[in-house]
Design a protein around this ligand. Structure first.
Ligand code: 13P
Ligand code: SF4
Length: 319
């Protein structure tokens, strides 16, 4: 797409105003994950979890999708929207789960174990190459449903998050083989760090993401995706919550559930947990990517086409 349709800003605009002006000119939509900094969340067309964002990306008629999250999320938007321009503020915003499962390692594992005829369920936090090798994708918001709808006559290989996989096994009773990946942010919460904060706030409920370890999940009143944390906190009779996930979630909870107290879950070393990849995005980089239409997500068409089928299967199954 030509970049010369964008005139220089005529007056002294704030960064937010510049972004909104560029968004109009580009016919763009700004999709934002719950872990982004508050100032990016505040100018989003939609803020949500990986599942909600995938649906929004599927439904939009905008020409350009500006995706503020991490690379695999923007890549997912591109896989289901090959004709659209998908940009992201920082192309280096990766994910430790994606890194833990390189496509070539999964391909050779599947080849070595071909006699097992695995049904591969891939958590959406993975590369397009891994999605292309999978039968169905899931997010933390629909993993239980996706595993329950898997064929009974084939063993399941769940990649790449061992903690989400173990939680789904507990919920469904279905045995699965688990890839040994993990989120470097969520495994930092410990039984000790969460027990301590709970003692300080005895009336607070603990809400935890399923990427946390078993020891931490055991201390939680509810284990759920980031989107479900919002509805849970709104509907609960409790007025205080310890939120055991990335700290960006607190902004959305405080904004959308006013009048209740949200306390960031601490780790052993820090008062709350921050994903360094999610925090690579800034308002300035978002302005630049809308202005220059770069960095843009791109991939080989054969991989894109193979990765699309398991994503569409997920969207169909979790309606
Ligand atoms: P959600 O899909 O629950 O938003 O989680 C995404 C993620 O990256 C968690 O670390
Ligand atoms: Fe990946 Fe963990 Fe960051 Fe989520 S919080 S994007 S799983 S590294």
């Amino acid at each position: 797409m030509a970049t010369d349709i964008i005139a220089k800003p005529s007056k002294h605009l704030t960064l937010q105003e510049e972004i909104l002006e560029l968004k109009e000119k580009r016919n763009a939509i700004i999709l934002v994950h719950n872990y982004q900094v508050g100032e990016i969340q505040d100018i989003a067309d939609y803020v949500g979890d990986s599942l909600g964002l995938a649906y929004r990306a599927r439904e939009t008629d905008a020409n350009v999708i500006a995706f503020c999250g991490v690379h695999f999320m923007a890549e997912t938007a591109k896989i289901i929207n090959p004709e659209k321009t998908v940009i992201l503020p920082d192309k280096d915003a990766g994910c430790s789960l994606e890194i833990s499962c390189p496509g070539k390692d999964l391909a050779s594992y599947l080849e070595k174990n071909s006699e097992k005829n695995y049904y591969v369920i891939a958590y959406i936090n993975c590369s397009a190459e891994v999605k292309a090798l999978s039968d169905c994708i899931c997010t933390s918001g629909n993993a239980v449903k996706i595993v329950e709808s898997a064929p009974q006559d084939r063993p399941i290989l769940f990649v790449p998050d061992q903690n989400l996989g173990a939680w789904v096994m507990e919920q469904t009773g279905r045995k699965m083989d688990l890839w040994q990946g993990s989120c470097y942010v969520h495994i930092e919460f410990t039984r000790e760090s969460i027990s301590r904060i709970r003692e300080e706030h005895p009336n607070a409920e603990v809400i935890a993401h399923p990427e946390c370890t078993y020891a931490v999940r055991m201390l939680a009143d509810v284990v759920c995706s980031t989107e479900k944390m919002v509805t849970y906190a709104r509907d609960s009779s409790a007025s205080q919550f310890i939120v055991v996930t990335e700290e960006g979630m607190l902004h959305r909870l405080r904004k959308e559930v006013p009048g209740k107290l949200f306390i960031g879950g601490p780790t052993d070393n820090c008062s709350c947990a921050e994903c360094r990849f999610m925090k690579m995005n800034t308002l300035e980089k978002l302005r630049n990517c809308l202005r220059d239409l770069t960095p843009e997500v791109d991939m080989r068409e054969d991989i894109r086409a193979q990765a699309e089928a398991p994503i569409l299967r997920m969207l169909e199954l979790s309606r």
